[in-house]
Write a protein that binds this ligand. Structure first.
Ligand code: ACM
Ligand code: ZN
Length: 533
């Protein structure tokens, strides 16, 4: 049938049920189902398939259309909502003559996510709501706001007003010298949390730390290793000034921020970033080196593990579960419950990930080759999204799901966000929801359904980008690829190199003696200990 994501099982019968032509509100499914006179049976005993204990059963549903009307069975309101999303597509795609059918459906993964980077570019609340609704149409249940970045801090934190007064303003962008700014009040975020709840979506915050924190450091220079006065970043590229993991004042700041974050976002998860944190500053920072000596940490990677462990412990004490990017490999991670998000990691091979999965670590798979929607279509194709297999062989249970990520360094507005998201999210959404073995996948069938689905999305106000293989589209994709790959021209590489040399010369020299003394002390203590043994 013409449904995306495709249901697990669907039996079509002769005949069709005519429903009155009216526009579904999409925002109020309970009311819509009442208007359709749907009969709903909620039962804790209800399940689909062989395993009644599968936690995903909470989102399962059965939908029966026959001459007597519309019948929905589910275990929870989440299941009723997913029956409704299927039903709305059937009503639209079959012009109000819904074929008689029996559908049984449940998700493949418990984590079906979409990430929006509002750190680089602020996106107005109404536009975010449109993207949330779009996710709901594809049965996605996690919407993650990447809400802090080098280029912008976008969440009001009452204890640290500068974060938004100053940290939300970038003086220029990759595109021009024009200033860009914007942030969300806590009231607006609460509104988004509520909005998501209507759609069985968990709104998850990401406060990216210790890297990607230049906007915060620009507001409160003591957060960096050398209290440097730095501007909010304007351009693309990994920044070397990251949060100082040696000073206790950093932990105090982070905890205070997380207090407010946890109060506003009621999500099960809080994402603490962890990606792209170069250690050049930590290596020559007396605070970081002292902390390493005090805590018996061998290197700066272990200092990041220590940082993560402390944050995770704090978040657990507030009843939260923790997520972080996996490219940083914690060398003595005590907390195995942290959910890792895989994106791309040339230095970490699949075997290492398999080992971690076998040890019981959990992963969300956002392999950049298939899930990064900001990358050109020439690289991240629709087909790749459809065939992407996130599961690691031998460790099937460790993969909680998939998350599609829309980074916004080159996505300045909603229009472009939708252009990049559709139709690729349709393929990824089906991959997240529908459990079809790879050898049973049928791309041609998907494309046929996508033709119908595109009209459905268009009627709901979403423009779907061209996905044909026409020569003009191929040429367009090629030029987009060229346009995107001029990125190095915006990279602050030269600036970083000059600045790093300056930092090394100034602070490296200044603290050389202190650091040498700290290291000598550590060496002495170690040899004293071994003498005693
Ligand atoms: C990432 O793309 N830096 C997670
Ligand atoms: Zn430091």
């Amino acid at each position: 049938m013409n449904i995306i994501p495709s249901p697990l099982s669907c039996e079509c019968k002769e005949g069709a049920l005519r429903v009155e032509k009216f526009t579904l509100s999409q925002d109020d499914y309970v009311n819509d189902l009442q208007r359709l006179n749907a009969k709903i049976e909620l039962s804790p005993e209800f399940f689909v398939g062989p395993d009644s204990t599968d936690p995903k059963q909470n989102e399962a549903y059965a939908l029966e259309i026959n001459k007597d009307g519309i019948f929905i069975k589910a275990r929870s309101q989440a299941g009723v909502f997913y029956a409704y999303t299927t039903l709305s597509q059937l009503i639209a795609n079959y012009s109000c003559d819904i074929p008689y059918c029996s559908i049984e459906d449940k998700p493949r993964f418990e984590y079906r996510g979409f990430m929006l980077d509002v750190g680089r570019y602020f996106m107005p609340v109404d536009n975010i709501k449109n993207l949330i609704r779009l996710c709901a149409m594809h049965k996605i249940n996690k919407f993650r706001l990447h809400i802090t970045e080098d280029q912008g801090w976008r969440m009001e934190i009452k204890k640290y007003p500068l974060l938004t007064l100053k940290g939300s303003i970038r003086k220029g962008t990759n595109f021009s010298h024009k200033q860009h700014s914007g942030f969300y009040t806590q009231a607006q975020i609460r509104q988004l949390v509520e909005y998501c709840r209507n759609f069985n979506i968990e709104l998850i915050p990401e406060i990216d730390m210790p890297g990607h924190s230049r906007a915060a450091i620009a507001c409160y220079p003591y957060l960096g290793c050398f209290d440097r006065d730095l501007p909010v970043a304007t351009h693309w590229g990994v920044k070397h000034d990251i949060l100082c993991a040696g000073k206790e004042s950093t932990y105090e700041f982070v905890k205070n921020v997380l207090d407010e974050v946890c109060e506003v976002f009621d999500s099960r998860y809080v994402h603490i970033g962890g990606d792209e944190a170069p250690k050049l500053r930590w290596e020559i920072c007396p605070h970081c080196q002292k902390k390493m000596a005090e805590e018996g940490l061998q290197n700066e990677e272990q200092l990041q593990s220590y940082f993560v462990n402390r944050l995770a412990e704090y978040l657990h004490s507030k009843g939260k579960e923790v997520m972080m990017w996996n490219e940083f490999s914690p060398t003595f991670m005590t907390d195995k419950s942290i959910v890792r998000q895989f994106w791309s990691n040339p230095s970490k091979d699949q075997t290492a990930i398999q080992d971690e999965l076998r040890q019981g670590l959990k992963y969300v798979n956002s392999d950049a080759n298939c899930c990064y929607l900001d990358l050109p279509e020439k690289n991240v194709t629709l087909k790749k999204g459809y065939f992407f297999n996130p599961v690691v062989e031998g460790a099937e249970n460790g993969i909680l799901g998939i998350e599609a990520c829309l980074w916004s360094e080159y996505v300045p507005d909603y229009k472009k966000a939708v252009r990049l998201t559709l139709p690729r999210l349709c393929a990824l959404g089906e991959n997240m929801w529908t459990d079809i073995p790879s050898d049973k996948k049928n791309y041609d069938d998907f494309l046929q359904r996508l033709d119908v689905h595109s009209a459905y999305l268009k009627n709901n106000g979403y423009k779907v980008s061209d996905y044909s293989e026409s020569p003009t589209h191929k040429i367009k994709k090629f030029f987009e690829w060229i346009w995107f790959n001029r990125r190095p021209l915006h990279w602050e590489g030269l600036h970083n190199a000059v600045d790093n040399a300056h930092v090394k010369r100034t602070y490296g020299k200044k603290y050389k003696k202190i650091i040498a003394d700290i290291k000598a002390d550590v060496d002495k203590n170690t040899s004293d200990k071994s003498d005693l043994q």
